[in-house]
Design a protein around this ligand. Structure first.
Ligand code: SF4
Length: 366
């Protein structure tokens, strides 16, 4: 899942870096997380190994980092619970590749997390026994990475032949298990937007809906790190070219029963009529999010992204959406400049209502 990570920031800003050994003693952040009326969410990275090789992956340079021992991950989960976190997200790499993963999920359930969510490429769920074990251990929320509506696109991007068919089988397996067990379970999806798939976003959206997922995010590729930074020209589309297709895809979110259908990491001037579908606006009003990995710790991940990873420019002066907008990726500006940013002169009553709705009107907390 394309959350912003702060590894890059650490090299540039020492004051954003927290020593891993003081996780338990960050009293300031503990207090902060308790006093605000937001959901406290811990995103714990269980390791960077993966069975896909996505061309745009942010973690491409970290694949060979050592496997983290089980006890270390459990210790972090326990510390997060002690800090008052109720929402746990486990990510990688690919979480489900770890043989000890059901044990880790079971531990999180035992100590009282009410949401245990993973982001996954879904391939391991194509083995029914793996899917069943994880559900029985306490997993109750899964977000599948779906980068195409057909293997020619998805497998090209994952560089793993057969990954699309395994993902589909994994999703079906999990849906069957949940239906049989009749338990509450949340299904979601993420789609990373790159040059190879942006023209197909409406078809990808339909594919997702046809497979029973009504909680989806479409994520403009993070090009500050990893594959998308290295292969920028090959992978990163211009926002002005991708935006019409993104808007068409977002229109599908108006269908009945769709819970959450958002775009992430785009400049708002390309989406003035979709202000109720901007993921990070929802996120910053709903969550306090911390990121804990083997190579970095960031207790205020959303603020770090806003401050250092995305930028607005002088062209944004006077924009009516300035305060709501995070701008665009720093690396994007280095390659394409800011000519596509276009200040919004005034927002209508309807647009104001859309922004206000983030406080009151969301059907689902992801
Ligand atoms: S002009 Fe700048 S501040 Fe305004 S919406 Fe575009 S990127 Fe955001």
């Amino acid at each position: 899942m394309a959350y912003y990570r702060t590894t890059l920031i650490y090299t540039a800003r020492k004051d954003c870096r927290y020593d891993r050994n003081i996780v338990d003693t960050q009293a300031f952040y503990r207090i902060k997380m308790r006093k605000e009326s937001k959901i406290s969410k811990s995103v714990i990275f269980v390791g960077y190994a993966c069975n896909n090789h996505c061309r745009f992956c942010m973690e491409q340079d970290k694949r060979s980092m050592p496997v983290r021992p089980t006890h270390e991950i459990k210790k972090e989960i326990f510390a997060a619970k002690k800090r008052g976190t109720v929402y746990l997200e486990l990510i990688g790499g690919e979480t489900t590749m770890r043989p000890d993963f059901p044990d880790i999920v079971g531990f999180a359930k035992k100590i009282g997390f009410h949401t245990i969510m993973i982001a996954t490429n879904g391939r391991m769920f194509s083995y029914k026994s793996v899917a069943k074990k994880l559900v029985e251990a306490g997993l109750n929320s899964v977000v599948f990475s779906i980068h195409g509506h057909k293997p020619e696109i998805h497998d090209y991007l994952t560089q793993a032949p057969g990954s699309f068919e395994q993902l589909k089988k994994g999703l079906t397996n999990l849906q069957e298990i949940i239906k049989r067990k009749q338990i509450n379970f949340h299904f979601g999806s993420n789609t990373t937007i790159v040059k190879q798939n942006y023209r197909y976003l409406p078809q990808i959206g339909k594919f997702i809906l046809n497979h029973g997922i009504v909680d989806s995010e479409f994520i403009f590729v993070d090009c500050n790190e990893g594959g998308a930074k290295r292969y920028f020209e090959e992978l990163v589309p211009k926002i002005s070219e991708a935006a019409p297709y993104i808007r068409k895809c977002l229109d599908l979110g108006g269908k009945k029963d769709v819970l959450h259908w958002d775009i992430r990491y785009v400049p708002l001037c390309h989406f003035p009529d979709y202000l109720n579908r901007i993921s990070e606006l929802h996120e910053t009003k709903t969550f306090n999010t911390e990121h804990i990995a083997q190579d970095f710790v960031d207790f205020d991940a959303l603020e770090s992204r806003k401050k250092w990873a995305r930028k607005k420019t002088l062209r944004c002066g006077g924009c009516a959406l300035y305060n709501a907008c995070e701008g665009i990726w720093v690396e994007y500006l280095k390659h394409y400049g800011d000519q596509e940013l276009s200040p919004v002169k005034k927002i209508s009553v309807e647009q104001k209502k859309m922004l206000d709705a983030y406080n009151t009107n969301r059907k689902h907390e992801r």
